[in-house]
Design a protein around this ligand. Sequence first.
Ligand code: PXP
Length: 253
Amino acid sequence: MSASKHLRLGVNIDHVATIRNARGGDHPDPVKAAELAMSAGADGITAHLRGDRRHIRDDDMRRLKDEIPLPLNFEMAATAEMQMLAIEIRPHACCIVPENREEKTTEGGLDVAGQGNFIAPLVASLSDHGIRVSLFVDPDPRQIEAARRVGAPVIEIHTGAYHEACAATTNSRIKHELELVRKAAAFAASLGLEVHAGHGLTFHNVQPVAAIPELAELNIGHFLVGEAVFMGLAESVKEMKKLIADARTGGLY
Ligand code: PXP
């Protein structure tokens, strides 16, 4: 399969809210960050409304939907509370993720194979309200098959293990983890699913993932917001877009 030229970049602005919440006021505003990301070329905005509201809050989600004319990807746990909020806010998409109170960030993919009976009605309910549902899964064919079985049109492949392999810099592990992501993307596409990927992607590790032809979207947050401290958010988004576009058109990496 040859890569379609355009791979969308969803910019996750959660950690702008993390900085805001450190002082309890309203600065920096994640909605203003979303506006800036949009002006720098972001194709969508992603935000995770966690059960503990540690970064994004309900009102941020409402404002992102009302004020930012890009597709909004609402990351959420499979809870009744989040289901009600998503139906009220009506984002373009919901990405269902596992959530543990103690974790620093989303640590693994959703167990769709084990919890299908629980997830299927949520997928149906959100879909009935016109929301495109994505399930965040490890690059595991069992989970991908289950995602299709429960009726999700989209999966997002968790690239956390690939990120960790890159950080550890052992080439054989990087190759292995990348191969798992590649095979998972090809398998999901063969089942007719739209395929996204994300977690732990940086300027240094994004290109081999971006070159995977079946991918339609990457969701990236922590690195872009971290790099914004040094180069500004608009520049970090522009640089990421350039790296992705180069990887997509067969540029060097
Ligand atoms: N995709 C999903 C489903 C996530 O949960 C996250 C983290 O919130 C991301 C992408 C972005 O990961 P990162 O912040 O490491 O770029």
